[in-house]
Design a protein around this ligand. Structure first.
Ligand SMILES: Nc1ncnc2c1ncn2[C@@H]1O[C@H](COP(=O)(O)OP(=O)(O)OP(=O)(O)O)[C@@H](O)[C@H]1O
Length: 233
């Protein structure tokens, strides 16, 4: 079976030009595979580089070295050095990212925010709307808020809208950055169910969570970035 994502020799260095050119080698020689239907949880103390790795895997940071291969449309795409157009195509259909925070677009109603990824995949509007409504209901967003812009929503409500938006269309590969932070136990359990459903549907996941219950509920394998660092000292 071909991995959904295969990473080899991945290194990321920050050069702080405003601070005497200080160099931070945050990731060095990271290697792993993630298969469809499994979740790799990133471990390591604060500052170990978990968020940096997730952002690098999403193509937000250019690594100093290494390769990130993604199974996309039946072929393998090398993300390191890919054209922006290729990265965008990957992000449209293959590679999703659930951040802790919703990127709020003023004046766009909550229901439309949630529906958008399904519409972009060509799902007819009525199905997308019904699915968005079902997700918002599951995530306990009151119906009176559905027609409003999430810009005024509470932090936890925005996070749940973001989760609904992220799970409305299936992703072959999904990066999760603290998907349950700032949620109460009931909503956290709904997110854990959505993650389990995504895995059962064949998604490969890579996740960061500081919550032990979340980690043990979703994690099939763990990558310890502290150990990686120690290994290469
Ligand atoms: N854009 C950046 N520019 C410079 N340094 C950065 C940047 N982003 C992260 N770093 C540095 O990289 C290191 C790793 O940060 P990162 O946020 O990836 O850690 P983390 O493991 O996710 O931590 P936490 O668990 O606290 O969220 C830190 O020392 C941080 O200062």
């Amino acid at each position: 079976m071909i991995p959904a994502m295969q990473v080899r020799g991945l290194s990321k260095r920050f050069v702080l030009h405003q601070q005497q050119g200080a160099v931070l080698d945050v990731l060095s020689d990271i290697a792993f595979d993630v298969m469809a239907g499994e979740c790799l949880v990133l471990h390591g103390q604060s500052g170990a580089g978990k968020s940096t790795l997730l952002r690098t895997l999403y193509g937000n940071y250019l690594p100093a070295d290494g390769s990130i291969r993604v199974l996309h449309d039946g072929g393998i795409v090398e993300m390191v050095g890919a054209q922006p157009r290729q990265t965008l195509a990957l992000r449209r259909n293959t590679l999703g990212y659930v951040s802790q925070f919703l990127r709020v677009i003023p004046r766009v109603a909550c229901l439309d925010v949630v529906m958008e990824p399904a519409l972009l995949r060509g799902v007819p509007a009525e199905f997308a709307r019904a699915k968005a409504a079902a997700l918002l209901r599951r995530l306990a967003i009151p119906q009176r808020l559905w027609g409003l812009s999430p810009s005024t929503f509470s932090g936890g409500e925005q996070q749940r809208v973001n989760i609904a938006r992220s799970f409305i269309a299936p992703w072959p590969l999904l990066l999760l950055d603290e998907p349950t932070a700032s949620l109460d136990d009931i909503n956290r359990d709904v997110v854990l169910e959505l993650v389990a459903e995504a895995k059962a549907g064949g998604s490969a996941l890579i996740a960061i969570s500081h919550d032990e219950k979340t980690r043990s509920a979703i994690g099939d394998r763990y990558l310890d970035l502290t150990a990686q660092e120690a290994l290469h000292d």
